[in-house]
Design a protein around this ligand. Structure first.
Ligand SMILES: Cc1cc2nc3c(=O)[nH]c(=O)nc-3n(C[C@H](O)[C@H](O)[C@H](O)COP(=O)(O)O)c2cc1C
Length: 366
């Protein structure tokens, strides 16, 4: 019987050879904003291991305060563009596809860590109309560059507490002008970014939007209290040009709202009729991403995939992002495809220290 995880899926001009996506993971190895041959090899290894679609690590748009840590790549530097071409060629040569995540960290950036205490953060509450217009243009310019470099899609990063998410979340956006206040007004910034991106890339190029309820540092936060609020937000984003929604969760099996088993990606698909991507502890049994961020736990063993598969079969969502498991185990998709579940490695914290997974990890028994 055909395993649905290994069937193709099409979003506009993008056909992904299977349903396995590597989500954006900032690694901090692109010194000076330039992804080097080591970064290209890192992505190529995951495609060789069976990933259908890579979503690049967050790529900072051209604003002084867009990147929150050192080593985040950019598109606006000619050396970085050469580096990205090498990444894209490596992925395409192996039959994979690659999207670029367009990023602005907003208030998540620590100016001291960035050695730039004099550069103020862009934050919803302090940005001028000019700052907002420049930032929207910077997203659009990044999208145009990503398309011209040969990326197959772009993903606007509106999740996990970054700038766009700070506008969406009432806990962070206290503006009283057209960019804040009501739910519709808080969604306005994301809408304008999507419109500007869409205007640059044309009607056929796939544009994803990444959203989450939780924020880095505010794990109980929500942008939508109920499905009706989510429908309002996603309807606006869908009309503004998003072709698919990547719903960031810590555990994919958790319902987004009471009274329905649907997860956030499931709701996004149901409410918009557009494709969606799920994520969150896929293939892992143990601490989740927020446990990792809060220092509560790191290593996780492998987990079974029956529930995931049946949810894809039920078309609750279409693509499945595998994050930490792919950091430790680049061949995770091929092992799953071939039924080599006993060879899966889980996630080992030491994989964060280097782009290369150095030593083969001892297999765990599933
Ligand atoms: C090291 C690391 C860096 C991350 N950086 C980003 C990022 O740049 N952009 C983003 O949208 N999510 C980022 N995430 C979140 C992942 O995309 C993913 O949603 C999360 O790890 C949950 O998936 P998992 O449980 O399969 O690891 C990062 C996660 C990790 C582990």
């Amino acid at each position: 019987m055909t395993d649905i995880l290994f069937t193709p899926f099409t979003i506009k001009t993008l056909t992904v050879p299977n349903r396995i996506t590597m989500p954006a993971m900032t690694r901090g190895f692109s010194l000076g904003g330039v992804p080097g041959p080591d970064v290209a090899a890192y992505y190529a290894a995951r495609v060789a291991g069976g990933v259908g679609l890579i979503i690049s690590e967050a790529v900072a748009v051209e604003r002084a305060a867009a990147a929150e840590v050192l080593g985040i790549p950019v598109f606006y530097d000619p050396l970085a563009q050469t580096g990205w071409k090498r990444v894209i060629e490596g992925v395409h040569a192996l039959g994979g596809r690659i999207a670029a995540q367009l990023h602005h960290a907003g208030a998540l950036r620590d100016p001291e860590t960035m050695n730039a205490p004099d550069t103020p953060n862009d934050e919803p509450d302090t940005m001028s109309e000019e700052d907002i217009a420049d930032t929207i243009s910077a997203f659009a310019k990044s999208a145009a560059t990503a398309k011209s470099l040969g990326f197959d899609a772009v993903e606007v990063h509106g999740a996990n507490g970054n700038l766009i998410d700070q506008f969406l979340w009432e806990g962070r956006n206290t503006r009283t002008d057209r960019w804040g206040g009501s739910l519709v007004a808080r969604t306005h910034f994301a809408v304008e970014v999507l419109r500007a991106v869409r205007a640059q890339v044309g009607p056929d190029f796939p544009v994803f939007f990444r959203l989450s309820q939780f924020k880095q540092g505010a794990y109980e936060a929500k942008i939508a209290q109920d499905p009706a609020e989510l429908e309002k937000i996603l309807g606006l984003l869908s009309d503004a040009g998003s072709d698919a929604f990547h719903a960031s969760q810590r555990r994919f099996w958790e319902p987004a709202f009471p009274d329905s088993p649907l997860n956030l990606a499931g709701w996004a698909k149901r409410l918009t009729g557009k494709p969606s991507i799920t994520v969150g502890s896929v293939g892992l049994n143990g601490p989740d991403i927020t446990d990792l961020l809060t220092g509560k736990g790191g290593n996780a063993g492998p987990a079974g995939l029956d529930e995931l598969r049946s949810r894809v079969e039920a078309a609750e969502f279409d693509l499945v992002s595998v994050g930490r498991a792919l950091l430790t185990d680049p061949a995770w998709p091929n092992k799953v495809r071939d039924g080599r579940l006993k060879d899966l490695c889980g996630f080992d914290l030491t994989s964060l220290g280097s782009l290369v997974t150095e030593a083969p990890h001892p297999p765990h028994v599933v």
